[in-house]
Design a protein around this ligand. Structure first.
Ligand SMILES: [Fe+2]
Length: 296
């Protein structure tokens, strides 16, 4: 996961045993798979099993299908080299181990070259329900399955290229919101109802239920410019979820020159995370009840 989305601001260095591992220029480290303890493998297994139960009828079918195709399972922490061999055969992506958050330009360069940087450490026993920094379960369980979908794969590679450009244009804060509200916290419309595909949701059992079933958040139709203007909160459930129609829509809407869009929104005011606007396609108007008592 990239620092581009500043997922969790609080660091917990003492819990990440890869923090000081020797790293290459592209910030990759040796996963040293043999070094995972039985307790760490067991932690993965419990997270995996718990997620399976929660995600039934909540996760997008494609997510479950690709997870099975890649043989992600409850038989211990995946070896990224072996996982990459399976993924490369499908869409050409690989998964590379990193110690934690990596600089934006490095992150985008990996994506543009079809490499997904995944944290090598697994969360502690005390963080099973709340995670301060993306770990291997979030990065692999949450992000990797959809990289086996050819359209999503193209979107992620295009995002990497667009990320490099956004840095040159000074537009990264706008682009990061697209990642946040789709790759991390996106919902998708299906014939069976709304489903989850964002990695930040699927890797959190509590948010999986909240995102689909709570009366609190807004759920509105995907709108690229609107998303780029919408602020987000990093350390709580989302106040607004954006809903795409399909990965084709996501790719079609985003596979374009963002330069004119950046120009248009340059002077437009930001939209608050809870705010609805006149042009929104509102699927659910949230009562924001959950958020009213939250500490600011
Ligand atoms: Fe993530």
């Amino acid at each position: 996961m990239s620092i581009a989305v500043k997922e969790r601001s609080v660091r917990s260095d003492h819990k990440n045993r890869f923090r000081n591992a020797p790293r290459n220029l592209d910030f990759t480290v040796d996963q040293d798979w043999i070094s995972y303890s039985a307790a760490e493998h067991d932690r993965w297994d419990r997270l995996f099993k718990r997620s399976q139960e929660t995600l039934r009828d909540r996760a997008y079918d494609e997510f479950i299908g690709m997870m099975n195709a890649l043989k992600l399972s409850d038989s211990g922490i995946p070896n990224m080299e072996k996982l990459s061999e399976r993924l490369e055969k499908i869409t050409g992506w690989s998964v590379v181990p990193v110690a934690g958050l990596v600089p934006d330009d490095i992150f985008f360069n990996h994506l543009a070259n079809k490499r997904f940087p995944a944290a090598a450490f697994i969360r502690s026993e005390q963080e099973m329900d709340y995670l301060e920094e993306p770990d291997i379960f979030h990065d692999i369980f949450g992000h990797v399955p959809l990289l086996a979908n050819p359209i999503y794969s193209d979107f992620m590679q295009a995002y990497g290229r667009g990320g490099q450009r956004s840095i040159r244009l000074g537009q990264l804060p706008h682009l990061a919101r697209l990642y946040w509200y789709t790759v991390e916290f996106g919902l998708i419309r299906t014939k069976a109802g709304l489903r989850i595909f964002g990695a930040g949701i699927v890797s959190s059992t509590a948010e999986s239920v909240f995102a689909l079933e709570s009366d609190s958040p807004n759920r509105i139709g995907f709108d690229l410019q609107r998303i780029m203007r919408t602020k987000y909160v990093i350390d709580d459930f989302q106040q607004t979820y954006f809903v795409i129609d399909s990965f084709e829509q996501l790719l079609d809407d985003c596979y374009r020159d963002f330069g004119p869009i950046y120009e248009r929104i340059r002077r437009a005011p930001d939209i608050e995370p809870y705010e609805l606007t006149d042009n929104d396609e509102v699927l659910t108007r949230g009562n924001l009840g959950y958020f009213k008592d939250r500490p600011k």
